[in-house]
Write a new protein. Structure first.
Length: 139
C-alpha cells in the first residue's frame, strides 16, 4: 500500500467563502499514482470545513444564508467564545454543522463521486492562511 500527502493553503478575501476544490483533489490523486483506494480531505482549522455537494450558485448562496440564520456573525456579543477577544464564535458553529472532512473512494485512478457531487472548502472566518490536508492511500 502506498500513501501520498499534500497540503493546500487558502487565504480567502472574505469572512465566508466556498471554493470548489474537486479538480485540485483529482490532480493530487493522479500525482499519487493510486489506482484503487481512498482520499481523505480535511480542513485543519476549526473555523473551516470540507464538504461534498452540488456546485450550483443558488445552492451555495442557500447554504450561506442558512448558516448565517443558524449562527449569525453579529451581534458578536451573543457568543461566550468571543469574550476571549475573538469575533469568530459563529465560525466554530458553522464548521461543526458543515463538517471537518470527506473521504472519497478512488476507482481506476479517479475520484468515484456520484452525479453532481463536488468537493468544497468552506471558509467561515477567512482573511488569513489556512491549510487543508489531502491524504491518498491505496494501491
Amino acid at each position: 500500500m502506498k500513501s501520498y500527502t499534500e497540503y493546500l493553503t487558502f487565504n480567502t478575501p472574505h469572512r465566508r467563502d466556498y471554493i470548489n476544490i474537486t479538480d485540485t483533489v483529482e490532480e493530487i490523486v493522479r500525482k499519487s499514482g493510486v489506482k484503487e483506494g481512498l482520499v481523505l480531505v480535511n480542513a485543519m482549522h476549526i473555523t473551516a470545513s470540507v464538504y461534498i455537494n452540488d456546485d450550483e450558485s443558488g445552492l451555495i448562496q442557500d447554504y450561506d444564508d442558512w448558516l448565517e440564520q443558524l449562527a449569525p456573525h453579529e451581534p458578536i456579543s451573543r457568543y461566550r467564545h468571543n469574550r476571549t477577544g475573538e469575533d469568530n464564535g459563529d465560525a466554530h458553529l458553522k464548521r461543526q454543522i458543515m463538517g471537518r472532512e470527506v473521504v472519497v473512494a478512488i476507482t481506476n485512478g479517479r475520484l468515484d463521486l456520484g452525479p453532481w457531487e463536488q468537493i468544497f472548502y468552506g471558509e467561515f472566518d477567512g482573511r488569513r492562511p489556512k491549510r487543508v490536508l489531502v491524504k491518498v492511500i491505496g494501491e
